[in-house]
Design a protein around this ligand. Structure first.
Ligand code: FES
Length: 224
């Protein structure tokens, strides 16, 4: 009795004789359908979605390999002293991968459980909030770290500690606010960047005179 094949089965293709270091010209030709399957069942699977680094992942070291383990994230109780990385992510709005990054850079810290899972003191939420706000207003991570380094190690910062930190940032923030206002109000006009593309630039920045003052948008930089 002849072998049973699916109706749309194709004859087996001969092995490709292309040299090993050349791409196979038949790479996209579908192979024969195995007995008992239909062409539809051979349809390529949709690519598996990349595993999102969401707040429901936690990393665990197993024999030197870092693996991500899903865990259900329950909102931390208000009096919960320590948070898992998922809970810190959920409450702070920072992705788990971002929290790991902050930790690698020494901006935040955690203790490890006997199962090698991270646990963060609840006060870490305030640090993460400060990091995220700082980044949002364009403060370099190194400056944020320098500010956070002023906070005491090993104890929850007090109101006075935070006051000291915000004082040290005041000047920097004022400067940024001035610059943002400048951009908001003057970006429609010549900013002295050297483009000479606006109609009045050749008058406002004739022959790119401002280029002699240095790099960048001189008019914005100098008036900020
Ligand atoms: S806007 Fe570029 S030189 Fe005026």
């Amino acid at each position: 009795m002849p072998p049973v094949t699916a109706p749309d089965a194709q004859p087996p293709t001969k092995p490709c004789s292309t040299a090993a270091d050349e791409p196979c010209p038949h790479a996209d030709r579908p192979g024969p359908v195995p007995p008992g399957l239909t062409a539809a069942s051979r349809a390529p699977l949709a690519p598996a979605p990349a595993e999102p680094l969401t707040s429901t992942s936690s990393d665990v070291e197993v024999e030197g390999w870092k693996v991500y383990v899903s865990e259900a994230v329950a909102a931390p109780a208000w009096d919960q002293k320590e948070l898992t990385v998922g809970q810190l992510s959920e409450r702070s709005g920072a992705a788990v991968s971002a929290l790991h990054f902050y930790e690698r850079k020494g901006l935040i810290s955690s203790r490890r459980t006997s199962g090698n899972q991270r646990r963060y003191p609840r006060g870490m939420l305030r640090r993460v909030a400060l990091i995220r706000i700082g980044q949002r207003v364009g403060i370099p991570l190194a400056d944020i770290k320098a500010a956070l380094d002023q906070l005491p190690d090993g104890r929850t910062p007090t109101k006075k500690d935070w006051e000291r930190l915000s004082r040290s940032w005041r000047e920097e923030l004022d400067e940024r606010i001035r610059m943002l206002q400048q951009v908001r109000d003057d970006f429609t006009d010549c900013i002295g960047c050297g483009c000479l593309s606006l109609n009045r630039c050749s008058l406002a920045n004739r022959h790119d005179e401002l280029g002699k003052h240095g790099e960048g948008a001189r008019r914005l930089v100098e008036s900020a």
